[in-house]
Design a protein around this ligand. Structure first.
Ligand SMILES: NC(=O)c1ccc[n+]([C@@H]2O[C@H](COP(=O)([O-])OP(=O)(O)OC[C@H]3O[C@@H](n4cnc5c(N)ncnc54)[C@H](O)[C@@H]3O)[C@@H](O)[C@H]2O)c1
Length: 271
């Protein structure tokens, strides 16, 4: 491999990447990071106001990005969005399934509807999005040695259970269905990695550890300290610490990597 191509390993110039849940706490920072690495970004969210505000911020920096408001849990909307993408873009080099919406809670209080909701947005929406965009991904993958790349956002709780001694009565209790859905998504990634490998479509998971937003860290100092203490690195993650792992998995730098679950958790799941 020439020095020149090694230098370009992480370059996303000319790559069209779809990021769901882009307007959120982690999504908006990942979006900015991917743009900085040259990606042409399709940003999706179901929160119109937040998505347009992100779009305006990215456009003011002259980045190539296009917003699509769509509720991924509504299959008719999902189909309209994917049809639009298939028509407008001649290629699609990557998807990050990042969207999530769910509530905190404990087994005694969670309903089957809460359970279905988390499973739907985490697993079914990701599955449907990939399924609808598969023809475009297959077509794109033929042209590139690294193929195309799908990244599904899991969680440390897709691998290990929340430690109830940390959550106690913090009101931040991670509910039973969250980790179950994330575990299913991590497994779906492995299934798809094997099934789609012959088409040069790579599928991996990135599992963030503790990345609470400012509201949680400011309003619940006791809980915040417990989170930091539990983590081998002694601190929470900063949203932009997810950019490097995402760029790695979306770029040629990971051309032989598929089916992994990349933990970005300060060592949380290494105990
Ligand atoms: N923040 C953390 O500590 C943490 C830890 C582990 C994993 N994760 C995972 O990282 C991802 C991002 O988390 P976050 O903290 O940024 O959450 P967030 O709530 O800030 O962002 C999620 C975004 O998804 C959007 N969304 C929800 N339902 C949607 C739908 N039906 N259609 C389209 N968009 C929808 C929301 O509007 C929101 O902007 C999630 O998958 C989450 O489970 C987060």
């Amino acid at each position: 491999v020439s020095n020149e191509s090694i230098k370009n390993y992480f370059d996303l110039s000319g790559r069209v990447i779809l990021l769901t849940g882009a307007a959120g706490h982690l999504g908006s920072v990942i979006a900015l990071g991917l743009c900085k690495f040259g990606a042409t970004l399709i940003i999706n969210d179901n929160n119109n106001e937040k998505l347009i505000s992100l779009y305006e911020r990215l456009r003011s920096c002259k980045y190539n990005c296009f917003p699509i408001v769509c509720d991924l849990q509504n299959d008719a909307s999902l189909k309209i969005m994917t049809q639009h993408i298939r028509k407008k873009y001649k290629h699609l080099d990557g998807i990050i399934n990042n969207a999530f919406m769910g509530k905190t809670g404990i087994i005694e209080k969670i309903t089957d509807k809460d359970f279905s909701n988390d499973y739907h947005i985490t697993v079914i929406s990701a599955f449907r999005l990939i399924q609808e965009l598969l023809p475009l991904l297959k077509k794109t993958a033929k042209k590139n040695i690294a193929g195309v790349s799908i990244v599904n956002v899991g969680s440390m709780y897709g691998t290990v259970s929340p430690d109830q001694r940390i959550y106690g009565d913090s009101d931040q209790n991670n509910p039973p269905q969250y980790g179950a859905a994330k575990a299913a998504l991590i497994q779906l990634s492995k299934y798809l990695a094997c099934h789609l490998a012959p088409f040069k479509i790579r599928v991996n998971s990135v599992s963030p550890g503790p990345f609470p937003n400012l509201t949680v860290t400011k309003q619940n100092k006791k809980f915040y300290k417990k989170l930091c203490d539990k983590c081998p690195m002694g601190r929470i993650g900063l949203a932009d610490e997810l950019v490097g792992p995402m760029v790695f998995l979306l770029s040629d730098a990971s051309s032989y990597v598929t089916g992994i679950n990349l933990s970005v958790d300060g060592g949380w799941t290494a105990w």
